[in-house]
Design a protein around this ligand. Structure first.
Ligand code: SAM
Ligand code: SF4
Length: 329
């Protein structure tokens, strides 16, 4: 098991497949992009599958989520999904994507064994999408979402970040749209993980703001807290059900005490938290022919060092050097 000194057990592995992206969301990347990882530094498909196999068969991982950067840009994605889906015990498999290209790939990903997707979409307005992501791809994302639903990658969840002055007036419209289209909407509070270090606590849209805005149009009833478990999203039943809406309030209502995550970056580093400042290099172990048992030992040791919380409320908080796109959100 992957257990830490606070008794938390990691059963959920986030695997970043690339740090590259075809969008430039303002809360994530600068307009000019970033210095991408060099190809030899990236884990190969075989290396990724080996690490996931060790995590699943030796370390108790039950859920694997592929992310990035934009994971649909990884050429070997379908093959990786297929090989991970063939592991015993079979982990639950999901993907977080910006949805561009999903219209073409949803069926193949489903056939390879993917169970679900989370698609990020912050606005229903193409012009606002262009301002937020610096790309004209709104229609592609909508097509990707519809294809994911048609392919049975359900429930299709939609991740939304609200930014002041840009899309913070859209929460009720987004929820009405999600209910109508049978997507499960989850708002994510903006976190200090942008490469430009432009995040300001005073300038962010909080869970409280989001809920107040939604309540102008919907009746929200809190879901039974037992149903939440270690899920980061607090959920509300919309207008009596069956639809739900979630809010991931990493900044104003952190859920670190129930965290069950461990993360693998595209260059083979283990991170125990999005906000961790330390990493454990598994790529070096892989490339020096370490046996599975040694890799598992290093992973357990990393987990044992997991901090109690994100440290966001600590006056000495330091934003991690890697931005969200390079960690794997
Ligand atoms: N490119 C894919 C996507 O956008 O879904 C996967 C990677 S992205 C880093 C994963 C999620 O992190 C997205 O839902 C995105 O909106 C979110 N995200 C990125 N930067 C963020 C930030 N500074 N605060 C909160 N969420 C952020
Ligand atoms: Fe790309 Fe996702 Fe970051 Fe947007 S949030 S720039 S889609 S990695």
């Amino acid at each position: 098991m992957l257990i830490d000194t606070y008794g938390r057990v990691a059963t959920d592995l986030r695997v970043s497949l690339t740090d590259r992206c075809n969008l430039r969301c303002t809360y994530c990347m600068p307009e000019e992009g970033l210095q991408w990882l060099a190809k030899p530094d990236l884990l190969s498909d075989d290396e990724i599958v080996r690490l996931v196999r060790i995590a699943v068969t030796d370390l108790g991982i039950e859920e694997v989520r592929f992310t990035g950067g934009e994971p649909l840009l990884r050429p070997g994605l379908t093959g990786i999904v297929e090989r991970v889906a063939a592991l015993t015990p079979r982990p639950r498999l999901s993907l977080t994507t910006n949805g561009i290209g999903l219209a073409r790939t949803a069926d193949a990903l489903r056939a390879a064994g993917l169970d679900r997707v989370n698609v990020s979409l912050d606005t229903l307005r193409p012009d606002v999408f262009q301002t937020l992501t610096r790309r004209k791809r709104h229609a592609d994302v909508l097509r990707g979402l519809a294809a994911a639903r048609a392919a049975g990658l359900t429930p299709v969840k939609v991740n939304t970040v609200l930014m002041p002055g840009l899309n913070d007036d859209e929460a009720p419209d987004l929820l009405a749209w999600a209910v109508e289209n049978d997507y499960e909407l989850r708002f994510i509070e903006q976190m200090p993980l942008d490469a430009q270090h432009g995040w300001q606590r005073d300038g962010m849209v909080t869970a409280g703001d989001i809920l107040a805005s939604l309540r102008t149009r919907f009746t929200l009833t809190p879901e039974d807290s037992a149903e939440r478990g270690s899920a980061p999203a607090e959920r509300w039943i919309v207008d009596g059900g069956p639809h739900r809406v979630g809010v991931i309030a990493s900044v104003t209502r952190p859920f670190c005490r129930a965290c069950d995550r461990t993360r693998l970056t595209a260059d083979g580093q283990i991170r125990t938290c999005l906000f961790a400042t330390e990493e454990t290099d598994l790529r070096a172990a892989l490339r020096s022919d370490a046996p599975d048992a040694e890799i598992a030992r290093r992973w357990k040791l990393a987990m044992w060092g997991k901090k109690a919380g994100s440290g966001l409320d600590d006056p000495a908080f330091l934003q991690p050097e890697r931005p969200m796109s390079a960690i794997g959100g």
